[in-house]
Design a protein around this ligand. Structure first.
Ligand code: CUA
Length: 352
């Protein structure tokens, strides 16, 4: 009896620890949870997860009960020799058939979900191209003639087909509440006139709930892989159309003459920023290397989630983006300082 008491006392801690774990699991927002899907794609995957989870729990319970029974019933007793058993047809049939049934029960919905999540997009789907870059996301809307970065707006209730590709290494598109993950492969260079490459991945879904959903590159793609985030803004169709219109024909990207923002705009042009960055409605329309900056002031963060969208962070980003994002391909501009820097920051932040 004496050796059992400390063990029992130790076991008494278990329910407390379990409660603490459950309580901490319920705290917080968890913007990247997969448990609250907002698309039929996410719901299908969540369904398979739940089936597998509850089957596993049933198996765990059965094994625990049988194990406890066996440990007590057949424990070592002085002077009792265990009976030896060789071969038991019933037991062998049961432990072969049981797992086979479980595997089939999980396999059927899994295969059905694989086909469901790879189905063709309906005719009216909105096509968006998501191009992975080290380390940011480029989004193009070929039908709407617009381009943006890191923050992608999508309509609620309309099917969306995202074409996934990469400008450099392999990335992975993952917005947990929407579904995924799915690879962005580098485009294969084809000879002139060759048919469209067929090796690009696609992901098709319909967002059913308005909101903002955080995403993250899910394939290790270099030193700043963890700083390759994105935000999906799901909005009603009319708001989405209004946003698209404001991106296509922005009215605020060329500042009024004589304003502080105009000084910033001039610094943008003089600084050579437009070699890499495009701002719709301005003369900076050919820079494709870096993120499109039309409406950059409205983004939830800058540098694909690496820095806050505040004047302080934006100024530091311009002077040395690597201080936020190691390996960043954006050149440092330590020469842009003082009022020029302040004006440039004010201009970029006015782009909303
Ligand atoms: Cu891109 Cu990891």
């Amino acid at each position: 009896m004496s050796f059992r008491q400390p063990l029992l006392r130790r076991l008494a801690v278990l329910p407390v620890a379990l409660l603490a774990m459950l309580a901490s699991g319920c705290a917080g927002e968890f913007p990247q949870t997969t448990f609250r899907p907002v698309t039929e794609f996410g719901a299908a995957i969540d369904h398979v997860f739940r089936i597998s989870f509850w089957w596993t729990m049933v198996i765990l319970a059965i094994v625990a009960i049988v194990l406890t029974y066996v440990l007590i019933r057949f424990r070592a007793r002085p002077g009792v020799e265990p009976r030896k058993i060789y071969g038991n047809n019933l037991a062998e049939i049961l432990w072969t058939a049981g797992p086979a049934i479980i595997v089939v029960t999980i396999l059927v919905p899994t295969v059905r979900t694989i086909f469901f999540t790879y189905r063709e997009a309906p005719e009216d789907a909105l096509v968006v191209e998501a191009v992975g870059h080290q380390w940011w996301w480029e989004f193009r809307y070929p039908e709407l003639g617009i381009r943006t970065a890191n923050q992608v707006h999508l309509p609620v209730g309309r099917p969306v087909e995202i074409h996934l590709s990469s400008a450099d290494v392999i990335h992975n598109f993952w917005v947990p509440r929407i579904g995924g993950k799915r690879y962005n492969y580098p485009a294969v260079a084809l000879p002139e006139g060759a048919p469209e490459p067929r090796n690009h991945n696609r992901i098709v879904f319909t967002i059913e709930e308005e909101g903002e959903y955080h995403g993250q590159c899910a394939e290790f793609c270099g030193v700043s892989h963890a700083l390759m985030r994105m935000l999906v803004v799901a909005q009603p169709e009319d708001e989405f159309e209004a946003w698209a219109q404001s991106m296509r024909e922005p009215t605020n990207t060329v500042p009024e003459p004589g304003t502080f923002e105009e000084k910033g705009y001039n610094a943008f042009i003089a600084g050579g920023c437009m070699a890499c960055h495009t701002i719709s409605g301005t003369m900076a329309t050919f820079g494709m290397e870096g993120p499109d900056l039309t409406a950059v002031g409205a983004r939830w963060k800058i540098g694909a989630g690496a820095a806050e969208n505040t004047p302080e962070d934006l100024a530091r980003w311009i002077q040395n983006s690597e201080s936020f994002k190691p390996g960043s391909k954006m050149q440092a501009f330590p020469e842009i300082t003082g009022e020029d820097l302040e004006a440039l920051v004010a201009y970029l932040q006015s782009l909303k």
